[in-house]
Design a binder for this molecule. Sequence first.
Ligand code: DX5
Ligand code: ZN
Length: 254
Amino acid sequence: MVEVSTSILSVKKGEESKTFFALEAAKTDYFHIDVMDGKFVEKDTYQTMLEYASYIRRISNAPLDVHLMVEDIKKAVDDFSAVEPNIITFHLEACKDEQEVMETINYIKQNNCKVGIAVKPNTSIEEVYQYLPYIHMCLVMTVEPGKGGQTYLSEMTEKVKTLKKYIDENQLEIDIEVDGGINLRTAPEVKKAGANILVAGTAILSAVDYKVIIDELKCPIGDVSFWDIYLLSLTSYITYYIIDIPRWLEMCCV
Ligand code: DX5
Ligand code: ZN
């Protein structure tokens, strides 16, 4: 079964509450919380994400999928454990050695939380193999971490395939999450490669109807037609660019 984790990184300012309620109604499987510290990546979303996550925890029962793009993982685990996430994922690249990786895994587990490890596009997937027996999910970044709205890196499909093959051969039970540039065009490819949790931000938040796009992303491979993709993309562009014109004018006139 494929699940969808909606990244709220690019939620429009002033529309947060409305958007979170709509995502809950559209039955997103998870809310994906992108935590950035301004060091591991350039952007700093730390406080905003803490506020959003606390708010979502109050209005929704949907699990929180926390993606830490930070250097100080322990502090972030302490801070974000307060919102009772279902899973906390940290970056392999943020740890200095194997011991720190294992300590971090155990630290997250002590907080009654599932554990995920994320790998950046340039990190080889073999580096994560030794930790797989101890974690619940591996997040394959399909763009460079740091911002939403980027283009899917097609070389990552092979990486997902390799990971899936290793997981199956070793009879491990681990979710494969993909994050970055996932939309109706790229989703079939990653699902086919073996990913079972798709993170999507821009594709969902720019859609007219969240439920329609979430359902389409979850669709088993082969069930989405060319016309579905075409029509959904077209309507999304229209809403995103045309309906926003009054806002642009307002911004230009200030
Ligand atoms: C990138 C983040 C992603 C991102 C996904 O660093 O980890 O979660 O927001 O956004 P889209 O779907 O816009 O690529
Ligand atoms: Zn993310």
